[in-house]
Design a binder for this molecule. Structure first.
Ligand code: FAD
Length: 298
């Protein structure tokens, strides 16, 4: 099933992101995580590609296939293009087709620091257009409520996003953010630009301060005072930090759903405990909201 069709059935699409285990670990190490996530009945699970820019030990196809065929959950395979030739992209598309994985998150990927990009594509919108030509996939794209870190301005980033949607992205998933007001401002600007595909809000619960510091330095998300207070107060107590992080993410999500956002994409960091707690906290709100929905034309 194409994920875009889930947005027609539901007011709020709820999904998880996971990453493949390291090449040195057997794929079975992810089974426990997947079993736990399966119980939470997400609308789909996305699988990252080439973590840290390394696409040589890529297990995205294998794991996307497992999600779909062993666990019966729709899967979304991430795919980056900045360091890949058309031949490599073609090969991955064939593998995904053979595994019955029907959805791709088309990404540029980060520009490699130590070498010139070797791919046939410069921007994600070019990959979107290429995938669209080949047919047979639902296509998602990434978006950045606070602007992409390389972008010259918010307006230029929005222009680029419009190109990506016009090239054929069915829907968008946002970069993580900790202040919902950035997301609401972004939605307004997107609407004014004439971009009208559904947008899922990407939410990352804080699990440890090092992880958040690293991610924020990579993507530039603003840390609100309220969030900083939590990180500083509990940084030396793992459990307290985890539970405060769960509470913070829950509050963000409830506010987003109440404000009518079309989807929540939870960056699970392969941590089923956190996903389970958050899902329990929001499940009645999700159910109530989705029960109110008829079918939608989007
Ligand atoms: P693009 O949409 O191509 O944008 C990149 C930059 O180029 C932006 O600054 C944009 O404004 C600019 N731009 C785009 N088009 C044009 C144009 N025509 N002219 C001028 N400027 C232009 N990375 C991974 O390696 N693996 C993953 O699995 C992964 N998953 C992700 C999932 C999500 C939901 C998100 C939000 C990001 C993910 N990333 C992942 C990170 C992503 O690869 C990086 O943020 C990357 O730097 C940009 O990718 P993009 O697809 O948004 O690029």
């Amino acid at each position: 099933m194409y994920i875009k069709d889930k947005f027609k059935e539901k007011k709020v699409v709820y999904s998880f992101e996971i990453f493949p285990p390291k090449a040195s670990s057997p794929i079975e190490t992810i089974y426990n995580t997947l079993e736990a996530l399966q119980d939470l009945k997400p609308d789909y699970i996305s699988v990252t590609y080439g973590a840290g820019g390394n696409i040589s030990d890529n297990r995205t196809v294998e794991l996307s296939s497992l999600v779909k065929n062993k666990y019966g959950i729709e899967s979304l395979a991430h795919l980056t293009c900045i360091s890949s030739s058309k031949e490599t992209i073609d090969q991955i598309m064939q593998q995904l087709k053979a595994a019955n994985v029907e959805n791709i998150l088309a990404l540029r990927g980060d520009i490699p620091l130590d070498s010139e990009p070797a791919g046939d594509f410069q921007y994600a919108s070019e990959l979107v257009a290429y995938l669209r030509q080949q047919k047979g996939f639902g296509i998602a794209g990434a978006c950045y409520p606070e602007g992409h870190i390389d972008a010259l301005s918010l307006e230029q980033d929005l222009e680029a996003l419009k190109l990506k949607v016009d090239a054929g992205a069915d829907y968008l998933i946002s970069q993580l953010f900790f202040d919902n007001d950035f997301f609401y401002d972004f939605l307004e600007r997107v609407e004014q630009k004439g971009i009208n595909v559904p947008i899922q809000a990407g939410i990352m619960p804080v699990a440890n301060t090092r992880q958040i510091e690293r991610i924020v330095s990579l993507c530039g998300a603003t840390i609100p005072k309220k969030f900083l207070k939590i990180m500083e107060r509990y940084e030396h107590d793992k459990k307290a930090l985890r539970d405060a992080g769960i509470a913070y993410a829950t509050e963000q999500i409830i506010d987003l759903i109440s404000s009518g956002v079309r989807g929540i994409h939870l960056y699970t960091m392969n941590n089923p405990y956190i996903a389970r707690k958050i899902t329990a906290n929001i499940s009645s709100v999700l159910e109530f909201t989705n029960e109110q929905s008829g079918s939608r034309d989007e």
